[in-house]
Write a protein that binds this ligand. Structure first.
Ligand code: HEM
Ligand SMILES: CC(C)=CCC/C(C)=C/CC/C(C)=C/COP(=O)(O)OP(=O)(O)O
Length: 308
């Protein structure tokens, strides 16, 4: 960090103590948009896992995933306040905009982390609590504090944090891990690079400005687009693993192939520079894709249950 940037960071810490923070600022710290998909994939892991969990405990487990995701996001916002203030997309966040004091975001993140992991351990089981703690630690320490500012592979490795929620939901029911929950993990793991690099392609300038070595900044646009295509090609067969294991059936299989081919089409259009807004469109589709894919998993199980 330059001396000027460091002074600006100190200034945020001081100025932030002045204005009255509103509830919506604290909600923004939890990155509710990202949380919605994290909760959705976690809930799907819980719903399709074999076994029984009392509906109240299911809600408790899902709430713990939501709170942990928000906790990790709040600590991420605290740590990244020095760079967020310089990026257009992030400069209006509660800390850089001076609406929430930085140390409050840190305290909130730590408190929510402890609460979510403890409740998961006491009310659900040890495996789910351990995976929850691991995903918080991965996002905060491995991704945010270590890899994000040091390697263009940051989101490939660090992205594992966001891939844990369905495994956590699954473990809440079964108390363990198996090939199907690993498949759910791998789906999100392979999805993350095309999801994020699509955004990084049109936000490249922002990251370059603050010295974050995102792939398009370091390797260039063409190399990033090739890698996005590779991950998308790998993703489609992985989405079919739950069909191969017999967990899911035809409805999910057909949905996975069709939505996967459409994702591939986006990746090819991005690679070929088919239109200026191709990366924006691929980023938007990536989110819809994951919602539909995981939604189809639950629908498949319901359809099977109805037919039997
Ligand atoms: C290291 C991995 C990831 C990175 C670096 C990343 C990065 C981002 C960024 C920068 C945005 C734009 C947010 C904004 O406009 O301020 C975004 C949006 C989004 N991401 Fe990701 N993401 C990752 C993984 C995930 C995962 C695992 C999920 C959920 C399963 C997810 C769900 C979403 C959703 C739903 C949005 C749109 C909502 C929003 O903009 O707030 N992301 N992501
Ligand atoms: C259960 C649990 C703890 C889940 C949380 C894991 C999770 C949602 C990880 C996703 C990672 C993510 C949204 C990174 C955003 O990148 P960034 O922080 O670099 O983005 P920014 O530039 O917008 O700050």
């Amino acid at each position: 960090m330059t001396k000027q940037a460091a002074q600006q960071t100190l200034a945020i810490d001081r100025v932030a103590a002045l204005p009255v923070s509103e509830v919506r600022d604290y909600i923004a710290l939890l990155k509710p948009g990202v949380m919605s998909l994290v909760v959705f994939t976690g809930a799907v892991g819980l719903l399709i896992a074999p076994g029984y969990i009392h509906p109240f405990l299911a809600l408790v487990a899902i709430a713990c995933i939501a709170v942990a995701s928000g906790a990790a996001a709040s600590i991420n916002m605290w740590y990244d306040r020095d760079i967020d203030i310089h990026m257009k997309r992030t400069q209006n966040r509660p800390i850089p905009a001076g609406r929430v004091p930085a140390d409050e975001a840190l305290s909130l993140g730590i408190a929510l982390s402890i609460v979510s992991v403890t409740v998961m351990a006491v009310a659900i089981n040890f495996a789910a609590a351990a995976l929850l703690a691991l995903s918080i630690a991965f996002y905060v320490f491995v991704y945010t504090m270590w890899l994000k500012r040091s390697t263009p592979q940051n989101i490939v490795i660090g992205g594992a944090a966001g891939a844990f929620p369905p495994m956590i939901g699954w473990a809440s029911v079964t108390g363990g891990i198996d090939i199907n929950s690993i498949a759910l993990f791998l789906i999100i793991f392979m999805w993350t690079p095309p999801h994020f690099w699509a955004l990084a392609l049109f936000r490249c300038g922002d990251y370059a400005k603050v010295g974050v070595p995102m792939m398009p900044v370091v390797a260039g646009e063409a190399a990033t687009k090739k890698q996005m295509l590779i991950y998308t090609v790998l993703l489609v067969p992985i989405t079919l693993v739950p069909v191969a294991t017999g967990l899911l059936g035809v409805f999910y299989g057909v949905t996975a192939v069709l939505t996967g081919l459409w994702f591939l089409r986006h990746a090819i259009r991005v690679l070929r520079n088919a239109e200026e807004k191709a990366p924006q469109k691929m980023f938007g589709y990536s989110i819809l894709y994951l919602f539909v894919l995981f939604g189809a998993m639950v629908a498949d199980i319901w359809i099977k249950g109805y037919l039997v």
